[in-house]
Design a protein around this ligand. Sequence first.
Ligand code: NAI
Ligand code: MG
Length: 338
Amino acid sequence: MERIPATLIPGDGIGPEIVDATLQVLDVLGAKFDWDTQLAGMAAVDAHGDPLPENTITSIRKTKLALKGPLTTPVGDGFRSINVRLREEFKLFANVRPARSFLVGGRFENVDLVLIRENLEGLYVGVEHYIPIADDPHAVAEASGIITRHGCTRFSEFAFNWAIRNNRKRVTIVHKANILKKLTGLFLETATNIGKKYVDKLKIDERIVDNCAMQLVLNPNQFDVLITTNMFGDILSDEIAGLVGGLGLAPSGNIGEDAAIFEAVHGSAPDITGKQLANPTALMLASAMMLDHVEEHEKATRLREALDAQLASGKHLTGDLGGSASTTEFTQQIIARL
Ligand code: NAI
Ligand code: MG
């Protein structure tokens, strides 16, 4: 079989630990990725003084495919999120975030949700500034959100088609068009219009984001696929991860015109870095999404089944899931199952 060129970014914090665990599992599966390892984030600042080196961009431009560990972003001051810059650089306009209940006896049974987040627009475009008044340089802060018809159209087309391709039945458009009448109103209007083409294949409805957040906690099983704007998607996807056992179980695929980058939903988890406490499941599930993306469905399914069986067994789980296994012990269990 031909090898598939792909960029590998180990990332910051727990990144290198979970990337290493995931590579071991992909190796046992016989996944034929030809990795080009590149730096980004704090690791790249330390090595090259630049959080997003040109070599990393060149590599992804060539491979159009990457597996990425989490990258630390300074809070407040400091450089702009490299995650956001990568999404912009490669026009990764949709972020697919599935969540399933893997654990037996968790808070909810049979949750099977997918949140698809618009990944480039809205309030995360980074158009913001302070207005100084008198001797206070931060007297006022102002941000602009930007949403375009073009962006909403491209995103909605992708999301509805993804839902149909993956055998989903219902898509809920999540918005705040009662208050942000234009900013998220344009998203609702465009997605609703595009949705008319798909009504024979999908049930399409809409929810206001705050109500949706509450409904998710009361009864997550009422939803199937949720599609929403960038910031609401960021917040709701962590909430959805919490419904099924936490961030350690939540994978994500950034899909775009020029490339696809797969990663965990979670960040670099500085509080547990280097302690063998990280749950590698989220990144392993992201690598299964990556295998599906390159049409290696059989390997993707085998990996998901091994993770499902391990998590359902309730044994050798990592600390975030109430167990006491180390990252390495958990990984060994998955390898044994494969
Ligand atoms: P975080 O997701 O890193 O951690 C939140 C909590 O979840 C922490 O208590 C952490 O220990 C726990 N956690 C996360 N992943 C885990 C795993 N695999 N196993 C076990 N426990 C896990 O979020 P936080 O602390 O807000 O952000 C830390 C840094 O990560 C920040 O610099 C942030 O900007 C960055 N970040 C990067 C992302 C990315 O690269 N895509 C996404 C989110 C945050
Ligand atoms: Mg987030």
